[in-house]
Design a protein around this ligand. Structure first.
Ligand SMILES: Cc1cc2nc3c(=O)[nH]c(=O)nc-3n(C[C@H](O)[C@H](O)[C@H](O)COP(=O)(O)OP(=O)(O)OC[C@H]3O[C@@H](n4cnc5c(N)ncnc54)[C@H](O)[C@@H]3O)c2cc1C
Length: 448
């Protein structure tokens, strides 16, 4: 039996904790919030196949019909695009506090101990190994530390450079978000579509979901959102959605949502990151619950296979390898599509919709992770044919083809086995490659 510490009660950490306690390990989760304050004051949706993958039982009322999203370009004369959920897609929409309560109960039933109201401050490193954590109250030594502290993990940020684990998120790696739940006005309003997305005239979007008893608004932007913009966007959506009341009944918080490729390296001797702390999100929209549940399951499997209980980077690399093969490489391709967004203006996005260069089914498939590696080249070829009469978009599409081609070469450099040198080389190549896709960079120069 090993002593395992999970830092932060993130989704993937809870799944790994539960599975490792079931396997007989002594597992403790340290969480900075109190039990009642964990999870978010909002409902979120994710792909139900993750729950099947993890083999966990969840309440039946978590399952909900998939959302039909209506996408409104800035030009109100351009017809909105309706995106029904893909056929056969099984969806979960759940209050995040209920999800936390469900996952933490499953973990507690398996024997996981929880220490709430305790902030993890830093890792304890001895020689080449992460061997514990420092909390505000004590130093805890463990055989394995699972980092589930989210995007701004203080553990990840304090790891030594030679572990080759990227520490800081760059701009464009995450979205600034403001989420607020408002009352829903009484009256016979024609609410039309339940789930809408409005494109802003600059770099953001507003999502609005009309529930039976409330209206849930999420404003996101790659730039920090000042209060004045929040007020402006709230006013605009309330005018277009008269059912929306102006009484704030929940949330009303600024947050950050990671939208980038997973970390190149997220394991070290005695350490593994999972979920947002390793940037395991679906980059075009920031959904990370399904990936985190799957990653927590993969991590527990790799730990179980380490029968010597040493949890060195060499054995934890199996977690990283399986994650990349099952999820990560596809997630990288989605991140490349997301990295194309800054190369379009809002007017050009408008044109794409008005000229029907992309269909609602294709957008929905992209949003729900429906495209596999083998399908993307065919999709792009079809689009290139369509672009005959709008040559200005050909350059962006050709750029994407170039990136995907180079990425196919890059993924072959993923080390089959962990050595410190190979992990460092992989991290360097991977980071340079993605940096090269940002505006103002030249990927050919950078990756030579
Ligand atoms: C506004 C918003 C909307 C979203 N919508 C969706 C959606 O619809 N679908 C979807 O799949 N995903 C969505 N996501 C993303 C999703 O929340 C995450 O990808 C997913 O929860 C995985 O993150 P995590 O659990 O690893 O990290 P987090 O959710 O960040 O959890 C980290 C945990 O660690 C704790 N913690 C942090 N620092 C410390 C510390 N120093 N010491 C101790 N504890 C600490 C935190 O309190 C928290 O409990 C959304 C995110 C946001 C912000």
């Amino acid at each position: 039996m090993s002593k395992i510490t999970v830092a932060g009660a993130g989704v993937g950490g809870l799944i790994a904790a539960m599975k490792l306690a079931q396997a007989g390990h002594d597992v403790t989760v340290y969480e900075k919030n109190s039990a009642g304050d964990c999870g978010y004051e909002q409902k979120d949706s994710f792909d139900a196949s993750a729950v099947e993958y993890a083999g966990i039982e969840i309440p039946g009322d978590f399952y909900a019909p998939g959302n039909e999203i209506t996408f409104f370009p800035i030009d109100e004369d351009v017809a909105p695009l309706k995106m029904p959920p893909p056929e056969g897609y099984k969806n979960i929409t759940v209050d995040r506090k209920k999800l936390f309560s469900c996952l933490s109960s499953l973990a507690a039933d398996a024997g996981v101990k929880f220490v709430y109201d305790t902030e993890v401050k830093s890792p304890v490193i001895l020689g080449s190994r992460v061997c514990g954590i420092k909390t505000e109250n004590e130093t805890v030594y463990s055989d394995l530390i699972i980092d589930a502290c989210g995007m701004n993990s203080p553990l990840r940020k304090a790891l030594p450079e030679w572990m080759s684990i990227e520490k800081e998120a760059e701009s464009r790696d995450f979205l600034y978000a403001y989420r607020a739940i408002f009352d829903r006005k009484d009256g016979d309003f024609d609410t039309g579509e339940r789930y809408k997305i409005y494109v802003h005239s600059d770099t953001g979007f507003t999502w609005i979901i009309t529930e039976d008893d409330c209206v849930d608004v999420l404003i996101v932007d790659f730039n920090e959102i000042p209060y004045s913009k929040v007020a402006d966007e709230l006013h605009k959506v309330s005018v277009r959605n008269p059912q929306m009341g102006m009484n704030l009944i929940g949330n009303g918080k600024f947050m950050q949502i990671p939208v980038r490729q997973p970390l190149a390296v997220f394991v070290a001797d005695g350490y593994a990151a999972v979920g947002d702390s390793a940037f395991m999100t679906y980059a075009v929209k920031g959904s990370g619950i399904a990936y985190s549940i799957k990653a927590g399951t993969i991590l527990a499997r790799a730990v179980a296979e380490d029968t010597h209980g040493l949890y060195e980077a060499e054995t934890l690399w199996n977690y990283e390898k399986d994650f990349f093969n099952e999820i990560g490489f596809d997630a990288c391709r989605i991140a490349l599509i997301k990295n194309l967004f800054p190369y379009f203006t809002a007017d050009e996005i408008n044109e794409i919709f008005s000229k029907k260069l992309i269909t609602s089914e294709e957008v929905e498939k992209l949003l729900t992770g429906g495209y596999r590696k083998s399908e993307l080249p065919g999709l792009i070829k079809d689009k290139l044919k369509l672009l005959g009469d709008v040559p200005e978009f050909r350059s962006q599409l050709l750029m994407l083809i170039g990136w995907l081609g180079k990425f196919a070469l890059l993924d072959s450099f993923f080390p089959a086995k962990y050595t410190r040198e190979d992990a460092a080389k992989w991290n360097e190549r991977y980071s340079k490659f993605f940096a090269g896709t940002l505006p103002g960079q030249n990927i050919n120069e950078i990756t030579e």
